[in-house]
Ligand binder design. Structure first.
Ligand SMILES: Cc1cc2nc3c(=O)[nH]c(=O)nc-3n(C[C@H](O)[C@H](O)[C@H](O)COP(=O)(O)OP(=O)(O)OC[C@H]3O[C@@H](n4cnc5c(N)ncnc54)[C@H](O)[C@@H]3O)c2cc1C
Length: 268
């Protein structure tokens, strides 16, 4: 069963990242962290996080990477009809007793955390955000996060905006991890590994959004399975707790290519 929608606006966020605002033909409900499969006929189907969902308005943030995402950037515009499957997977877990949370994101990893930040605000939970980019040219959504978070700290690798360094360096310079009930992270896997390690050492609840190649999206094909627990990113994730992630040999080390072969995470 596909969901149908029409693109109502396209916003160029950076030279390689665009926000696609879509009007769905029907109302759906989803939790932050869940994803949709966007099917582009004759080109391919890819997983994308829900960056926002309000009434029938859906936001997808798409970084130009390869075959499908380049086709979308070059051909999708206002009025383009889109075909989606989902929402799929498990989202972030938010507990009523949480008072203050921290979001740590890099690049298009901002997408699921923006949706989460809005939900936390709606639940009366305050949150701070650490956002990392390669440079000011690659920076986006900082004002949107400022609209829903109490404090937003930005890092750039080259120092062209905010703190010069990695987003994980901000964990030392800008915040005290112990002040948060939970930490949520999404972005490059080695960055998330660092966040998960630091939180786990201090006994702080942490959840991360994992990326693997996803084909079926419903737990059948096994392409996104994780050793040694056999968990599937599309069905058991993409959000996993730090406790589970640290039991996975694959986390921060390996992913599977389109043939199921294991490759080092550095090769992605
Ligand atoms: C749960 C989930 C949520 C995602 N959310 C978003 C999002 O909100 N916005 C966004 O821009 N992208 C997101 N992605 C990544 C996106 O699905 C891939 O960038 C996309 O599938 C690449 O397709 P392509 O045909 O353009 O690239 P391809 O031609 O297939 O590949 C180009 C390069 O990208 C790498 N790649 C392909 N698929 C993935 C993947 N799933 N994860 C990491 N690297 C990949 C390949 O190894 C290759 O190096 C998400 C992925 C997952 C699993």
């Amino acid at each position: 069963m596909y969901l149908y929608g029409t693109i109502s606006d396209v916003v160029e966020l950076t030279p390689s990242v665009r926000l696609y605002e879509i009007k769905l033909y029907e109302r759906i409900s989803a939790s932050p962290g869940q994803f949709l499969m966007l099917w582009v006929p004759r080109i391919g189907e890819i997983p994308l996080s829900i960056a926002n969902l309000e009434d029938r308005g859906l936001w997808l943030i798409i970084a130009k990477k390869g075959r499908v995402t380049t086709f979308i950037h070059e051909n999708f515009d206002r009025g383009t009809r889109v075909f989606l499957r989902g929402p799929l997977g498990r989202g972030f877990s938010v507990k009523k007793e949480f008072r203050k949370c921290l979001l740590v994101a890099g690049g298009y990893g901002l997408a699921p955390l923006y949706f989460l930040a809005r939900q936390l605000k709606d639940c009366g939970i305050t949150c701070d955000a650490l956002l990392g980019f390669k440079s000011v040219r690659e920076m986006f959504f900082v004002d949107e996060f400022k609209g829903v978070c109490t404090n937003v700290y930005v890092s750039t690798d080259d120092g062209s905006y905010g703190f010069k360094g990695l987003v994980t360096d901000l964990l030392d310079t800008s915040v005290t991890l112990e002040a948060y009930d939970a930490v949520y992270t999404s972005g490059k896997e080695l960055m998330m590994l660092e966040v998960v390690n630091r939180c786990s050492r201090r006994g702080i609840r942490v959840e991360a959004s994992l990326e693997r190649l996803i084909k079926c999206g419903v737990g059948i094909c096994g392409l996104c399975s994780l050793d040694p627990l056999g968990l599937r990113v599309c069905k058991d994730g993409p959000i996993f707790t730090g406790e589970v992630l640290l039991k996975l040999r694959d986390f921060g080390r390996y992913w599977r290519d389109e043939h199921g072969r294991k490759k080092s995470i550095e090769e992605r």
